[in-house]
Design a protein around this ligand. Sequence first.
Ligand SMILES: Nc1ncnc2c1ncn2[C@@H]1O[C@H](COP(=O)(O)OP(=O)(O)OP(=O)(O)O)[C@@H](O)[C@H]1O
Length: 287
Amino acid sequence: MTITVSASGLSLHYGRTRALDEVGLRLSPGVTGLLGPNGAGKTTLLRVLATAVPADRGAFTVLGHDPGTVRGRQEVRRRLGYLPQTPGFHPDFTAFAFVDYVAVLKELTDRRARHREVRRVLEEVGLGDVRGRRIKKLSGGMRQRVALAAALVGDPGFLVLDEPTVGLDPEQRMRFRELIAGAGEGRTVLLSTHQTEDVAMLCRRVLVMAAGSVRFDGTPAELTARAAGRVWRSDRRDAGAKAGWRTGTGEFRQVGDPPEGAELVEPTLEDGYLLVLDGAVDAEVAA
Ligand SMILES: Nc1ncnc2c1ncn2[C@@H]1O[C@H](COP(=O)(O)OP(=O)(O)OP(=O)(O)O)[C@@H](O)[C@H]1O
């Protein structure tokens, strides 16, 4: 499989906090999910790969370009679309004006061609009809789509999305997932999310981070399989449970070391994720 983004030994400290600790990864076209608890280092990793902050140590390449050099950094930025956790748009801008502004920053200097591109990306995210509306008048889901449109300007080969579905209602989230799936056809997408469902539905691969390092690197099916035989149901909380919660029926659904004769249930990706975080299963990191 073609490797489009490759990193090794990425480390970054904020004072005493080790935000990234020797992170290595290899990405291919398609959507790769990045899961991890708060503070795991997901945003920091995305910011490093998007060349927004330099790592203290380590190296990476994006589509054959090395951002360690001034020229390489420029080439990476030309091929990059980045949707940050808090897109900084001016609320008085219209959707069109904002995306146009981003297109100027992305060096699309020919006005007619740029406007054509702005209309194209706004159509792609389903906002062609409201492009003249001010951003402050748009719903949360629409605003996120404006931010996605801005990230898609210039047809980037590498798209970095930081928690784009946060705060969206289920319908908007589904819609956004569809857009991300479309964006992942033929391009490399790295999607940070807290939604294990996003990963189950969208991603070809998944990375799990904790405390600055990658704890799992594999397919969603492999992550789910980590919990095979380790999820059960019972009417009380069992001692071997690494995580457990009472369901709507009053029963407990538990993940960990089941007691003798436990009633096992089908694992989900979230179960596998919880077990990887607990360190209860061996972490698997790509060489
Ligand atoms: N600018 C900064 N200055 C100091 N510490 C920072 C800074 N940015 C991140 N950190 C710290 O680095 C660690 C990793 O943070 P990061 O935001 O990358 O995690 P995250 O996985 O994206 O978390 P979340 O899911 O909450 O967004 C945390 O301990 C965080 O407090």
